[in-house]
Design a protein around this ligand. Sequence first.
Ligand code: PHE
Length: 460
Amino acid sequence: MMKRDRANFGSKLGVILASAGSAVGLGNIWRFPYEAGSNGGAAFILIYLGCVFVLGLPVMISEFLIGRRSQANTAGAYQRMALGTPWRWVGRLGVLTGFLILGYYSVVAGWTLEYIFEATTNGFAGKDAQGFQAAFDSFAANPWRPMLWMVTFMLATHFVIVRGVEKGIERSSKIMMPALFIIILVLVVCSITLPGAGAGIEFLLKPDFSKVTAGTFLSAMGQAFFSLSLGMGCLCTYASYFSKQTNLTRTAFSVGVIDTMVAILAGFIIFPAAFSVGISPDTGPSLVFITLPNVFQQAFGGMPALAYVFSVLFYVLLAMAALTSTISMHEVSTAYLHEEFNFSRKKAARIVTASCIFLGIFCSLSYGVLKGYTVFGLTVFNLFDYATAKIMLPAGGFFISLFTGWYLDRRIVWSEITNDGSLQVPLYRLIIFILKFVAPIFIALIFLHGLGVFELFERS
Ligand code: PHE
């Protein structure tokens, strides 16, 4: 349903901070470091940068223009711009993807609250590597505790969403994003000045291509889409609240740069500290919750007060980054239910929160009582992560590029990117070329290669 009094972001800064808030999240601080750590460090980062700037930004510009043009939630947007065609499934797929991501993302977001609690009550002091491993295992396997934190996190998200676009989403981003930058800078300075931090800096800057495989490309692309919140209509939904004056290309560039900077700075917090105490950073998803608290204790071992402040700040940073992202995922489904089914915004938000909590329960329990329950060899949690980041987001990105590159009327694309000719966009032709050819071909190749489809052919 088209609502005439549609909400809007109130300012240019609000637009950038809210979009960057969506992009900057656990993807940058939790996921990026372990992906980089287990894929060879600097070599992975270079491929990642390529994926962000060559594939990611044009897809982001597409999402922006589809959202702003249609002034609708993501499912409604495709419906409206491609009436009666199968394209409407791209929007619906996006809503589903966002919903599934929120289901497992909120579990990790909940863990950050437990770690803030542990850090503030001095629970890290005196533990060694085994101690942190045991503490995490028993916490994650506990049926209630992680679930309660997950529910708390979802309720915090809910609280912001029901306050609306300008008073909820925009205002919270304007507070949390600057706070986040300050915390990051403080932590980076602490970490790189530790004795022996140089090896970590080298790991981030000196590429070792011997670890690069087809899987590395898939991981880098999946990470780029995940980290930029692309391929599921999240930024498309936010763009439906942009004004006609917003410069879409410039906004996309700012979001891409901020997101990449935060990911790399997170690397500069984690790797120098880890290397300074001789701990390898390639431990996978548990890096931030098992390895790091130990690293912080050891690195600042002689200065317990500093270890305390560093740990508390780090987990506060993680929680805030996660919150601005869960808000954006929640908004995709809330706007969808609100506009397509005519529920009030409050009711729509309540349905989304309740069903995400339901989904989150299974993801949370997959670290405990449901541990042995696997599909394709993956626990529910890992299945959601794999299916969304490595399959659904790249698939979404693929269709979004085709939609803008081939289906949409070129005049619409031009008028949105240049604001009806009032902006000079020197890269316009390049953006279109990427959307038409480069993005779909590369996404398809990386996708098939990464999944091992070519190897199957070679073998048979
Ligand atoms: N970009 C967010 C992060 O890096 C995650 C996210 C994915 C948010 C998709 C919205 C949509 O944590």
